[in-house]
Design a protein around this ligand. Structure first.
Ligand SMILES: [Zn+2]
Length: 442
């Protein structure tokens, strides 16, 4: 069934929360290496990230700056004064009993991102927090790995701006690409470096027209693939529609998606902000950012993927597909080669196509790519030019022509060789062969 059919007369209201592991050298509030992805459990730990009493957190400046860079990329305003807050909840993988996060004064406020359709998605905030540890359930026991505890996590929160799943996926992919492009996260969803949460509710067309939001939302956490997200939201649409059709109101809660049953299951009733008993983190002084600091970050923000794509199409004449390839966050190294080559006066359209279609060039030095371009540019592929050479060779070698007519294959190769010699090896030999055959009338 299509999404529209699933919804029937209802309309979807969807908001996203996107978590990104920032690519810092050390963790958020301690000095452990943040390169945890291949590590044995509990090898990147210290009193701070184990939550031992008396350990003092020290914020990671790089993580702060990366979050602000991301904010500027999506047109957020940076708070001049920002601070960390304690968010209290009990969970085995949260040893302190609270998470250091941001509440009242996040690093970035507001912002937006435009989808390819032109739809604008409003961003509410981007804040910085520490990740939790990870628990495993094995043979009736729960094991905890603290490597992930205190990893720097930027969280992008959108408004309830999405009206369909495809837009939410496009938005998330754009954020993923921007993060790669800025070099602030590796955003590998399989490694948990990017995780999604979807806030889902449905409403009537009349409510949509009047701009009335539903009184509840259901949050699906820890979504680690776009395919998973689509399935989970669809399952939630079906479940909520059934309830509303019966005249019941869905409960505000967190639910998890069970891939086996294809349904969502209740995890816990969602806390309101006051349940978390937020208060300013007393061990970390408030942060203040002056104008020079902000100007410095702004100056490091270059052209963004969508801006680059538009420029490649509008100013350099590339087609959209090649422009998208060159401006993707995954292909920054390839774009740099493109920029060098076009600076050296090579034709952008030709270079763009060449780079997209020939994988072997991606790891090559620019100078080596240039010699390949030179060889291919030198090649004579114009049929008329080759034809005049072939005619000359045939006129100069009447005996050979007769021999070929009599069926001597070796002599045919001699004529091809003569054409190649006349053109210093530059003639396209396939075209030369065809022309010799045609002109001799074999
Ligand atoms: Zn640590």
């Amino acid at each position: 069934m299509t999404e529209r059919e699933l919804l029937g007369e209802y309309k979807l209201v969807l908001g996203m929360e996107i978590h990104l592991h920032l690519k810092t050298k050390t963790k958020m509030f301690c000095r452990d290496s943040a390169d945890i992805y291949e590590a044995e459990p509990n090898t990147h730990v210290c009193p701070v990230c184990l939550g031992l009493p008396g350990a003092l957190p020290v914020p990671n400046k790089d993580a702060v700056r990366m979050t602000q860079l991301l904010g500027l990329a999506v047109k957020s305003s940076l708070n001049k004064d920002s601070r960390f807050d304690r968010k209290h909840y009990f969970y085995p993988d949260l040893p302190k009993g609270y998470q250091i996060s941001q509440y009242k004064q996040p690093l970035c406020v507001g912002g937006f991102l435009k989808l390819d359709s032109g739809t604008t998605i409003e961003i509410e905030r981007i804040h910085l927090e520490e990740d939790t540890a990870k628990s495993f359930h094995e043979l009736g026991n729960t094991l905890i790995d603290f490597n992930k505890s205190d990893m720097p996590l930027a969280e992008i929160v959108t408004g309830p701006s999405f009206r369909n799943i495809a837009d939410a996926v496009e938005f998330s992919k754009k954020i993923q690409d921007i993060a790669r492009y800025l070099g602030i996260s590796d955003v590998d969803m399989e490694k948990g470096q990017m995780r999604l949460e979807a806030n889902i509710s449905i409403r009537t067309a009349e409510m949509e027209e009047k701009g009335i939001l539903p009184s509840y939302k259901v949050e699906i956490k820890n979504i680690n693939s776009f395919r998973f997200m689509e399935k989970a939201v669809r399952a939630e649409i079906v479940r909520q529609k059934k309830l509303l059709d019966k005249g019941e109101a869905p409960v505000q809660e967190n639910r998890g998606f069970d891939e086996n049953s294809g349904k969502t299951v209740s995890q816990r009733e969602k806390e309101e902000a006051h349940d978390y008993r937020y208060f300013p983190e007393p061990d970390i002084p408030p942060m203040h950012f002056d104008e020079n600091y902000v100007a410095d970050i702004k100056s490091s923000l270059t052209e963004l993927p969508d801006e680059r794509k538009a420029r490649l199409v509008d100013e350099m004449g590339l087609n959209k597909q090649v422009a998208a390839f060159l401006s993707s966050g995954t292909n920054i190294n390839i774009y740099e080669k493109f920029a060098d080559l076009t600076d050296n006066k090579h034709d952008p359209v030709k270079i763009g196509n060449l780079l997209m279609n020939r994988k072997e060039l991606w790891s090559m030095e620019v100078s080596d790519i240039e010699s390949i371009i030179k060889t291919s540019e030198d090649k004579i592929t114009d049929e008329d030019s080759i034809k005049s050479v072939v005619e000359k060779v045939l006129a100069d070698n009447p005996d050979a022509v007769e021999a070929v007519k009599a069926g001597k294959t070796a002599t045919f190769e001699f004529l091809v060789g003569q054409v190649m010699r006349e053109t210093s090896g530059k003639a396209d030999s396939t075209i030369a062969r065809k022309l010799i055959t045609d002109l001799i009338g074999r």
